[in-house]
Write a new protein. Structure first.
Lengths: 77, 364
């Protein structure tokens, strides 16, 4: 089957996967604050990391585009 | 009469070839009369208007709706002369037209398919939008409903692949196109969910979504199907057969996509909760330290009080042993040798005296 892509995405599946990874990493970072390993000594550094990652995710989410493909096939026949 | 004669069979074949050439596909509209199904295989009825009537025929397996006498219908088919010389219209497709006919056909077909269990809620499959990577869309790319679906999907989320099968979404032929698109997307197997999209329209416009074959194709789809057809008040048999019925194309897009704004809000809330946790820990630590300081202060003061009490007690003891106090009680201190004739000193509370010892005797 051949197809035509009319709105090629700048952010492909890889970007989506990367976004999913980032969200997973952020969740793990946030979990640390509620875990047994939490210490106030490390909290500030961890918080800054989480804040930076959250900003990145927000930008990714705002820029993520869908890929729309019109199937090149005549369904009238 | 000099022309070479046709045989009857040859003439009928020739007539049918001429008819097929002249009228390869004819669309008629009229009212159904004398509807009957013979031997469970053949459907016969007359299509009439005020002045004329035409015998119609179709195999029962091509019959995709419910008809009763008096219904207004639109047909697509070909004219044909039978081997018995009877003129007939072979129907390829039939749909009811007009609100009354559509409603009647809808009710009858709904009743039959419900009895078959085609709309059984237990057969509905859930769709996990977190796992959706590819959405198959069946719609007309020219339709406003399609534009609404894409707009909302793009606004809400990104990173999805949307495969669009462009089909007709109203009128004769549209049902078959949608069925082919469904089959195609099922064969390809790339889509996680299939959305059948069509914006609002009249009952006639939406009648295609009550086509029996289409309804069965939706129910049989291996890939879960969501319908976003018409407006909120519209209900089609396609909606009933689908796994999920969205009220509109926009609603279908909302259902299938996560909301990036909500996700951003959620992420911000998570980070804010981490900040709150730090502040809470600091507050707890501060309270703990304050409490410890208070405890230590209390312990120090308690110890001081205790020591002070000891000092006071010793002081009281010392005071009781103070010679001045004893002298005040009337006692005196005598110093010097106690022997007859010796001089001694006597100290009382308030005077000092000198005296001479006159005599000494032992106490008994």
């Amino acid at each position: 089957m051949s197809s035509t892509t009319t709105n090629k995405s700048t952010n492909s599946k890889a970007a989506e996967k990367s976004l999913a990874d980032k969200i997973e990493t952020l969740n793990a970072q946030i979990d640390w604050f509620y875990g047994d390993d939490f210490t106030l000594a490390d909290a500030s550094k961890k918080y800054k990391e989480s804040l930076g990652l959250a900003d990145e995710i927000e930008k990714d989410l705002e820029n993520l585009k869908n890929e729309i493909e019109i199937i090149d096939r005549d369904f009238t026949k | 009469m000099d022309d070479a004669p046709f045989s009857v069979s040859e003439f009928i074949t020739y007539l049918n070839q001429t008819l097929e050439y002249s009228y390869p596909s004819v669309v008629l509209e009229g009212e159904v009369a004398s509807f009957k199904v013979n031997q469970g295989k053949w459907v016969f009825f007359d299509l009439k208007d005020d002045n004329a009537s035409l015998g119609c025929f179709l195999p029962v397996w091509d019959f995709r709706t419910e008809l009763v006498d008096g219904m207004k219908v639109r047909l697509r088919g070909v004219p044909k002369v039978t081997q018995w010389g009877k003129f007939s219209f072979t129907v390829k497709e039939v749909i009811p037209v007009g609100q009354g006919s559509i409603k009647k056909a809808f009710d009858l077909l709904k009743e039959r398919l419900t009895k078959e269990g085609l709309f059984d809620p237990a057969k509905k499959r859930p769709v996990d939008i977190e796992k959706i990577k590819t959405i198959g869309v069946i719609s007309s790319t020219q339709a406003a409903g399609y534009a609404d679906f894409i707009k909302i999907a793009n606004e809400r989320w990104g990173g999805l692949k949307i495969q669009v099968a462009h089909t007709g979404v109203q009128g004769l032929g549209a049902a078959d196109q949608i069925i082919r698109a469904l089959a195609y997307l099922n064969e390809q197997g790339a889509a996680d969910v299939i959305a059948i999209i069509r914006g609002g329209g009249s009952a006639d416009d939406l009648a295609v979504f009550n086509d029996e074959k289409l309804v069965r194709a939706i129910a049989a789809s291996r890939i879960p199907v969501i319908t976003g057809i018409g407006h909120e008040v519209d209900e089609s048999l396609a909606d009933l057969a689908a796994d999920i019925k969205a009220s509109t194309p926009s609603n279908a897009a909302q259902f299938l996509t996560r909301d990036r704004r909500a996700e951003i809000k959620n992420i911000k809330a998570k980070v804010a909760s981490a900040k709150q946790k730090i502040l809470s820990e600091i507050s707890t630590l501060h309270t703990l330290n304050s409490n410890n300081i208070e405890t230590i202060k209390r312990q120090i003061f308690s110890r001081l009080d205790s020591e002070l009490e000891k000092v006071r007690s010793l002081k009281r003891t010392l005071e009781r042993l103070n010679p001045d106090l004893i002298l005040k009680q009337g006692y005196s201190i005598i110093s010097g040798k106690l022997a007859p004739g010796s001089t001694i000193k006597i100290e009382s509370h308030d005077v000092l005296a000198t005296a001479i010892v006159k005599s000494i005797s032992q106490k008994e």
